[in-house]
Ligand binder design. Structure first.
Ligand SMILES: Cc1cc2nc3c(=O)[nH]c(=O)nc-3n(C[C@H](O)[C@H](O)[C@H](O)COP(=O)(O)OP(=O)(O)OC[C@H]3O[C@@H](n4cnc5c(N)ncnc54)[C@H](O)[C@@H]3O)c2cc1C
Length: 474
């Protein structure tokens, strides 16, 4: 929202009074730098010389009380507020599409408490997740939220997008790891969820705010479970003849043991990404697994997994390629290895039950590759549950249209095809990158009449609709 300069000056002086002059900026360079996140469209838009979506003012509150003051001002003047953590989100979730305020959380980065006896750790949510993990490691613990964005995403961003890390098959997703949190509601009230993750005190408030993507308030503090650092982490890689036999083996493994890392790459990713990054050059479906914890239990788990893979005719590759994968877990995102402009690409990660896994993957591949000439579809499954798995499927176009408007419109069509095909085959709109601006339009299709539950919540908590407009279908 562009506010007239007279009024703008009034609001800015109120903000400066609330959180300090040095924490309020209308500087053009600051505003520009908050107009691009990891969303492909925002990056291509800027690369082609277009002006990104600009906030009118950047605010950097230092604690929940200051967030509360900012939201009260925003609510009074009905100014949109877009919360920004690390800006590493891939869905355009933090972009200031409605102008107004951009609230950067990174000054709120204090460690509050490590309770070694209860195995919990509490911190402010503007902290980069890696730092929280290091605090836990110093005391011999881990939170085991180890995503590839560990060093660039904040605690708040992980919660707001329902993130996941590489060891999720054993330790769960962020929504399993969070014990409780503090949230500043759009009206400025500071509320806390219950201090334990399991209870029968009504619906779970944590799960209402986890995944809310800045549309229901600002998460300012969070407590997470910790586990002891594992005594051992053992890797084992296998090569399956095809994706289908790999899926069957992973399904059986997850029923019997709890690997921390379990990643199964389709034939195309095995021949491209796996070959390029870890130098494994054979045809088939590459699988990497880690078991960990108590060395005696890990050894038994490994043995059981080996027997299962043998049953499905897999070639046992020993520990070498699994270890190489782990050493290079971030290399996958380095320049030269990762997908990047000028390529057009998107990650459609969906979640499906075992009964739908292979059919959903094949249907998405067929729909995308046959509808859009020149677009490739590749996938791996990297987060497994007792009931199914996530398909981390990506589309890639090496030579997208030069004109950014044409490119964005093609990009949106490909996403529509992919996500709609996933939903028609038992998949869901997203597994862990969130909805943001990118998938906002598909939320009603996903939820149907159930969408009114979210809409009702939004209306009651944010009647002026100031929090992160155009995101999450709200
Ligand atoms: C190289 C790379 C690898 C990645 N790997 C993974 C991965 O392994 N797993 C994974 O889950 N994601 C991954 N991502 C995606 C992304 O990093 C995550 O979604 C991350 O959690 C976003 O955190 P952020 O702090 O950067 O959030 P931002 O991009 O700043 O914001 C994301 C959303 O969260 C909201 N938000 C942020 N902080 C708060 C808060 N305190 N209160 C309320 N709302 C808030 C914003 O408004 C926005 O809607 C990856 C991204 C990159 C660039």
């Amino acid at each position: 929202m562009e506010f007239q300069s007279f009024m703008k000056n009034m609001v800015i002086s109120e903000l400066e009074d609330a959180i300090g002059e040095e924490n309020v900026s209308i500087n053009e360079a600051d505003r520009l730098s908050y107009g691009v996140d990891y969303y492909w469209v925002s990056r291509v838009w800027a690369d082609k010389g277009h002006k990104p979506p600009l906030a009118d003012v950047i605010v950097r509150p230092g604690n929940a009380q200051e967030v509360s003051k900012v939201l009260k001002i925003a609510n009074y003047y009905k100014i949109p507020v877009h919360t920004w953590g690390g800006g590493s989100g891939s869905q355009g979730g933090a972009l200031p599409m409605a102008g107004g305020m951009l609230l950067d959380t990174k000054r709120m980065n204090r460690l509050i408490d490590i309770d070694e006896y209860s195995y919990t750790i509490t911190a402010e949510t503007g902290m980069i997740f890696q730092l929280l993990e290091w605090y836990a490691n110093e005391k011999g613990f881990s939170i085991m939220h180890l995503p590839s964005c560990l060093t660039c995403g904040t605690i708040g961003g992980a919660l707001a997008h329902r993130g996941v890390g590489i060891t999720s098959t054993k330790y769960g997703k962020i929504d399993d790891q969070c014990v409780s949190m503090e949230v500043v509601l759009p009206n400025g009230d500071i509320v806390n969820t219950l201090p334990v993750p399991k209870h029968a005190g009504g619906p779970d408030l944590n799960q209402m705010f986890i995944g809310s993507e800045g549309t229901l308030g600002v998460i300012t503090k969070a407590t997470f479970r910790m586990v002891n650092l594992p005594e051992i982490r053992k890797f084992r890689a296998f090569l399956f003849k095809d994706f289908a036999s790999g899926i069957s083996a992973c399904k059986e493994i997850t029923q019997k043991v709890k690997p921390s890392i379990l990643r199964l790459y389709d034939e195309t990713e095995t021949a491209s990404i796996i070959k390029n990054v870890i130098g494994f050059d054979k045809k088939g479906t590459f699988m990497n697994m880690a078991v960990e914890g108590d060395a005696r239990i890990a050894a038994i788990e490994e043995q059981i997994a080996i027997e299962i893979c043998k049953k499905y005719d897999a070639m046992d590759l020993g520990s070498e390629y699994g270890e190489k994968w782990y050493e290079n877990k971030i290399t996958f995102f380095y320049p030269g290895y990762t997908l990047d402009n000028p390529q057009m690409f998107g990650t459609m990660d969906t979640a499906v039950t075992y009964g739908n896994l292979e059919s959903c993957y094949r249907a998405m591949k067929e729909a995308i590759e046959s509808t859009y000439p020149g677009v490739r579809f590749i996938a791996h499954c990297s987060h497994w549950y007792d009931w199914g798995a996530m398909i981390y499927d990506r589309f890639i176009m090496d030579e997208p249209p030069e004109d950014p408007n044409e490119a964005v419109s093609l990009y949106n069509r490909i996403w529509n095809t992919g996500v709609r095909t996933a939903m028609a085959h038992g998949g869901v709109v997203n597994h862990h990158h969130g909805v943001g601006l990118k998938l906002s339009r598909l939320m009603k299709e996903q939820y149907g009449p159930a969408m009114q539950v979210f809409e009702g919540l939004k209306k009651s908590l944010d009647p002026n609709g100031i929090m992160n407009p155009y995101k999450l279908g709200l």
